[in-house]
Ligand binder design. Structure first.
Ligand SMILES: Cc1cc2nc3c(=O)[nH]c(=O)nc-3n(C[C@H](O)[C@H](O)[C@H](O)COP(=O)(O)OP(=O)(O)OC[C@H]3O[C@@H](n4cnc5c(N)ncnc54)[C@H](O)[C@@H]3O)c2cc1C
Length: 334
């Protein structure tokens, strides 16, 4: 059995930089080690940890945290047009994007610099600048936590939606994603550059995937706080999706209310709602809302997870009272 560490601090593993401990902690590098770490432990006593960029610990955990450290990128299939690659769950997402750029393979360039690991990417179908994981993912391999049986699930069967998937619903806390397969494209690449901020950033018409990634990196570095400098998990809340009729009633009251089409419904930027209520830049001790990004809750230094969560609830209540909209947290709270 891989060495277990006891009463282990998770602070260095989470981008919120929150002080909390796990009673047991084990970092696994192979499927065999993962199976051993899962065996004979009740599911409620297991917590999975990837890059720690989408979780908020509000208390110590009286169980076993399994840090997924499975590594490796393997090319499985090459055709004239594309390549099928298998990426292990513990690979850092941005390092994988850099690998694709080095190999001139298109598909994930718009998703450059998203923190976290490859194995976690399907859980909320990571997305940015007009591209989502579901656009390039072929399937993923799972290990069922109870039976320790492996299964390959196609992208269609993962039900990937806006920051949503089967892993947040039917399979919540049931499986470990151990690897993800991607279909990546050889040159000439078709680029996705129409998304507002990205289109503005790219000056000329003809671009390479490397230039698109560089533009995305520049925008993200300008816009988003770096977790190495200030603790955060990116967007704390999902953008709410409301029906046409709810939107029209709100628009009557708030004519400047921004919106985006979302199938038959309407997506409203949560940042706008939070900003309207004056939360942008507020600070409660070391917990706060970023001065430039109303959607990003931050830990200035030593905020506890409970303090960050209290601020999140205060925002949720205010948005519910004023706009009648329930803001849903994108970040997993423990
Ligand atoms: C500055 C910043 C910017 C961000 N920008 C974006 C963005 O543009 N778009 C976007 O979509 N997201 C964004 N995020 C959110 C985050 O990067 C993603 O949600 C990412 O996929 C989380 O990966 P992780 O490995 O860090 O997850 P973790 O925080 O380690 O885990 C998240 C959840 O998944 C579970 N889990 C972890 N690994 C596995 C596994 N292998 N199998 C099953 N369950 C697992 C954990 O138990 C936990 O419940 C941003 C975050 C930050 C800090």
């Amino acid at each position: 059995m891989k060495a277990i560490q006891y009463k282990h601090s998770i602070r260095p593993y989470t981008t919120f930089n929150i002080a909390a401990h796990s009673a047991e902690f084990v970092s696994v590098q192979s499927i065999a080690e993962l199976k051993e770490a899962l065996e004979n432990i009740p599911p409620q006593k297991i917590r999975l940890l990837g890059g720690g960029s989408n979780m908020l610990w509000t208390q110590d955990f009286d169980g076993r945290t399994i840090h997924l450290n499975l590594k490796g990128i393997t090319t499985l299939e090459t055709t004239e047009k594309d390549v099928l690659v298998d990426v292990q769950a513990g690979e850092n997402w941005h390092d994988f994007v850099l690998w694709t750029l080095k190999n001139d393979l298109g598909g994930v360039e718009n998703l450059a610099l998203i923190p976290g690991n490859v194995g976690t990417a399907p859980i909320q179908n990571i997305g940015a600048y007009g591209v989502e994981l579901k656009d390039v993912m072929e399937n993923c391999t799972l290990l069922h936590r109870n039976s320790l049986k492996e299964e390959i699930l196609s992208t269609a069967d993962c039900h990937l939606g806006y920051r949503d998937s089967i892993f947040k619903n039917k399979l919540k806390d049931q499986v470990v994603i151990t690897s993800v397969r991607f279909r990546l494209f050889k040159a000439p690449h078709s680029l996705h550059t129409s998304y507002g901020a990205l289109a503005q950033e790219l000056a000329t018409r003809h671009q390479t995937i490397q230039e698109v990634a560089q533009a995305v990196i520049r925008i993200r570095q300008r816009k988003l706080p770096d977790p190495k400098e200030i603790g955060n998990c990116g967007s704390f809340f999902k953008n709410p999706i409301v029906s046409q009729s709810v939107f029209m009633a709100l628009q009557k009251k708030y004519p400047n209310l921004p919106s985006y089409p979302a199938d038959q419904a309407v997506k409203i930027p949560a940042a706008w709602l939070i900003d309207q209520l004056g939360f942008k830049g507020i600070r409660r001790g070391d917990a706060g809302v970023h001065p430039n990004q109303a959607l990003v809750l931050v830990n200035y230094a030593n905020a506890s997870g409970a303090e960050i969560w209290a601020l999140a609830q205060e925002i949720q209540e205010a948005v519910q009272t004023t706009f009648g909209i329930a803001l849903e947290a994108e970040v997993t709270r423990y």
